[in-house]
Design a protein around this ligand. Sequence first.
Ligand code: IFM
Length: 445
Amino acid sequence: MSFNLPADSRLARKDFLFGVATASFQIEGAAYEDGRTESIWDRFCATPGKVLGGDNGDVACDHYHRWPQDLDMIRKLGFDAYRFSIAWPRIEPQPGVWNQAGFDFYDRLVDGMLERGIRPVATLYHWDLPQYLGDRGGWVNRDTAYRFADYADQITRVLGDRVESYATLNEPWCAGFLSYRLGIHAPGLKDDRLGFQAAHHLLLGHGLALPAMRANAPKADHGIVLNFTPAYPATDSAEDRAAADYSDEENSHWYLQPLLTGEYPLAVRERHPEWMPTVYPGDMEILARPIDFLGINFYTRAVVKAGEHSDYESIPQDAPKTDIGWEIYPQALTDLMTGFKARYDNLPPIYISENGAADNTPVVDGVVDDQMRVGYYDQHLNAVHNAIEQGVDVRGYFAWSLMDNFEWAEGYSQRFGIVHVDYDSLVRTPKRSSAVFTDWLAQRR
Ligand code: IFM
């Protein structure tokens, strides 16, 4: 069994990059080993009521100890690349203190990939901010952007060109809005103005980090990973269409537009001057420093109507959903990319840096027959194919995730892996979906 893509699809060529993705906090465990210090997610997990079941990242998938076996698994499954993230609290456990044991771990991991013929794709920040920076306001504090640039400099000095592609940030919408505006992720603040300020400092950190990253790894690609949940109007009314458009300005273009044009979207600035962040002279030029690629993380769409007391309101759909309750709507992935191409004349090459489904099918007689996930991947790979056919420059695709892991506020309740993890024994069991990928990858030309 393989994916149903046209034989002449760009995705069927060996030079289209296929990888699997994970993130440090979600898989590593070893929370306090070899000098790692507390992150804002350790603190959030320890705060009652923040994470389902009171789950935490202390052990997670124990990847910190089992990485050789996990890399063997990636090679065996046939993927070209592995997108992983680096835990800042391992690298800089105290302000300005650089931890050799932390560098050594990622040194070994990257060499382990290269030895196995797996291409390393690194993300520098996937939300595990050191708690000591959280104590000083986290991303609301402008200084955090400068601390991030220092950390990015240190880690890229060590890993250099052995990593072929670096993303500064993963999903600043989540690290900004979901964390400081909507209160769902660490540190759990609910304040519009602070959400926008945090978002600005995240993007500032991204821009500040780029020059040193380029100097330390001149042959690598440097970019950023953004997440998008495009909005569709609930009805054809002018009000609902305007609400959907506005939602996209606030949630998608707020993050992408400044990077490509050096300006935040006017629609948001005009409607909500009271939320606007403090921006220093020169900041926008820093945000707009050139990037070599845009990573797109896509899972679902939103359907919205004009709200009575808000700019837009999400309307739940009676439609197929993954186990986490997110609608399956692959057309939105094609629309999103063709829409970006139409709006931005300097859109860089795109990688789908995450896409996948929560499918909690259990192990039965040693087998995980995750058919819903197989269908989800099939539909979304076709959505990528369709975008390429319409002229979008997509260079690769990363499945989220290599293995089941800590799903943030949902704890371990939602399984996104193509490999099952038993959280008691930590045994990994490849699921049906991983076998379908392996078949697909083997037949590429
Ligand atoms: O698990 C997350 C990941 O950390 C970031 N992107 C979305 C995934 C699924 O929610």
